[in-house]
Design a protein around this ligand. Structure first.
Ligand code: ZN
Length: 251
């Protein structure tokens, strides 16, 4: 309920923003309407397209056989069925995410919708529920809202899939993942998530789309997927706005 109130407050902020000229969330240039991306910034956004790992969505730089998986997924099958992201992490998508997180640019969520609906079409079609990755309440206070929840809410509304906004809860506070290595991230989020007892009955046998803003190493969404499956969900897929792709990394 608190989460919802804060999100309503964020949407109210948009009304305040409306009196200021709308600016591109990537470049800061003035654009014709709220949530629009300037033509220059548009060219800088790097959309993920095939070929990519059929499981985790890691983009390959070369053609692969249909159904190919990356080395990481082959070595350790992820708990989720599949993961897809709209954009590769670069300076432009970084600006999009940072602006979104820290500057109350909640109106730009609308711009993300067609991108997410395109790359997540199959999983959204099959979904019973959309569930966001939760933010710990301490961070929720400092940031004022959970951006993953905001994306999940709008996506659920547009795709007519019910959103279980607080199905997942953090069972303990975890330090920010910003400067951690892949291995440290795995340790940091180990068993850090659980399913809200009030919503666990809804999940039994259901297909869930888990929503996050950034997929970095996948450590967080893998832990969240495990928690949802443990609670009885039949299948979990992951949809994120931005995917960090480092040279030579498969994760
Ligand atoms: Zn993979």
């Amino acid at each position: 309920m608190q989460t919802l109130k804060r999100q309503i407050a964020s949407f109210t902020m948009q009304a305040v923003d409306a009196v200021l000229p709308p600016r591109c969330a990537v470049s800061g240039e003035i654009v014709e309407r709220q949530g629009a991306i300037s033509p220059k910034a548009w060219l800088e956004l790097d959309f993920i397209a095939e070929p990519f790992c059929v499981c985790c969505g890691f983009p390959f730089e070369y053609e692969v056989d249909k159904g190919a998986q990356c080395t990481s997924c082959l070595a350790h099958t992820p708990p989720f069925k599949q993961a897809r992201s709209a954009l590769k992490y670069n300076e432009a998508s970084r600006n999009l995410i940072l602006g979104f997180k820290h500057a109350d640019k909640t109106h730009i969520v609308a711009a993300f919708m067609p991108w997410l609906k395109r790359c997540g079409a199959d999983m959204l079609e099959a979904a019973d529920y959309v569930v966001p990755v939760p933010l710990h309440r301490w961070r929720l206070l400092s940031r004022r809202y959970n951006q993953s929840a905001l994306i999940a809410q709008m996506l659920g509304r547009e795709c007519k899939v019910p959103v279980l906004i607080d199905a997942l809860v953090r069972t303990r506070a975890t330090p920010s993942q910003g400067h951690l290595t892949a291995k440290e991230r795995v340790r940091n989020v180990k068993r850090a998530f659980g399913v809200n007892p009030q919503t666990s009955a809804c999940l039994k046998g259901k297909t869930v789309v888990l929503v996050d803003d950034v997929y970095t190493t996948g450590a967080t969404v893998k832990e969240c997927s495990k928690a949802l499956l443990k609670a009885g969900a039949a299948e979990v897929s992951v949809l994120s706005l931005v995917r960090v792709v480092r040279d030579g990394e498969f994760s």
